[in-house]
Design a binder for this molecule. Structure first.
Ligand code: RIB
Length: 293
């Protein structure tokens, strides 16, 4: 039977403003374009995994508004199960305001309905999560919910991949309970204060993958290893990390080993940055196989 992935996280609408240069403090600049498209780290990772053949359930909350409707339709079109995506009449769908200059972004997230992914909501739909082979989590839902899910998955022997973005401090006891954790270098400093990369990787053994942008992904397998990133011209890096996480998770569920799952994630991420929008460039399986050749 095909393995099941439950992504528990944020669904937002991304409002991307394209500008020749990033405004400095107190400066006004004239934008050249505006792009409105589905995002949110949770939904992005769900889409990345689904496009690569994974069976994905999206667990989260949207508002009863136009953005929420667009997000639900988008996830369904991608073949993602939305039975546990709650629509809340008193909430606004989450939004992210993205400034895109020189292919790189700065983001402000308004969590909106993503704040309603509470412990009691998760308890109420746990039957939809209990048979998952892998749970994917990010830091755009409330911290108590993240802690509850990690604890419960640990007790019920469900593997968790935690992408600790955006940065939030989480006690080490939780880090030890997840199967994989995928910080970037800044997030790593907060998770393992005072440890350098090597010491953190040694401590995290096998479960810690540090994404280093253009340098690739560092991990531990009988010593430090780095899976290099593919060199490409980036149009928009938004969602590159999400693509890596979704693709890596899909590969792990398909039975690939750690190293080839990381390479698979890197190949998918290299394709995602070549198009506009968090989900715009997320590849299907054939395209990733081409890169890996
Ligand atoms: O990781 C990229 C995502 O972060 C965007 O889609 C935006 O919604 C923010 O949450």
């Amino acid at each position: 039977m095909k393995k099941k992935m439950a992504v528990i996280g944020s669904c937002s609408m991304d409002i991307t403003l394209i500008t020749p240069h990033r405004p400095a403090q107190g400066e006004t600049v004239i934008g050249t374009d505006i792009h409105i498209s589905p995002g949110g780290k949770g939904a992005n990772q769900a889409v990345a995994a689904a496009r690569l053949g994974a069976t994905v359930y999206m667990v989260g909350c949207i508002g009863s508004d136009m953005y929420g409707e667009m997000i639900r339709e988008n996830l369904s079109r991608e073949g993602i199960n939305v039975a546990y995506l709650a629509e809340l009449p008193d909430e606004h769908t989450g939004t992210a305001y993205i400034t895109l200059a020189d292919g790189d972004n700065s983001i402000i997230v308004m969590r909106g309905a993503n704040n309603a992914v509470t412990v009691s909501y998760i308890e109420s739909i746990w039957h939809g999560i209990a048979d998952a082979d892998l749970v994917l989590l990010q830091n755009e839902i409330p911290l108590p919910t993240i802690q509850y899910i990690i604890d419960r998955c640990d007790k019920e022997h469900i593997d968790v991949l935690l992408n600790p973005a955006p940065m939030l401090s989480l006690a080490e006891v939780y880090l030890d309970k997840v199967r994989y954790i995928t910080p970037n270098e800044h997030e790593l400093e907060l998770l393992y204060p005072g440890l350098n990369l090597e010491a953190a990787l040694q401590r995290g053994k096998g479960r810690l993958l540090v994404t280093q942008g253009a340098q690739g992904v560092a991990y531990w397998q009988d010593g430090i290893k780095t899976a290099p990133a593919y060199r490409v011209e980036a149009v928009d890096t938004t969602g590159a990390g999400d693509t890596f996480n979704g693709a890596f998770a899909a590969a792990i569920l398909q039975g690939q080993d750690l190293e080839s799952s990381i390479r698979f994630g890197n190949a998918a991420a290299s394709l995602s940055v070549q198009k506009l929008g968090a989900q715009g460039g997320m590849p299907h399986l054939e395209a990733v196989r081409e890169v890996l050749k």
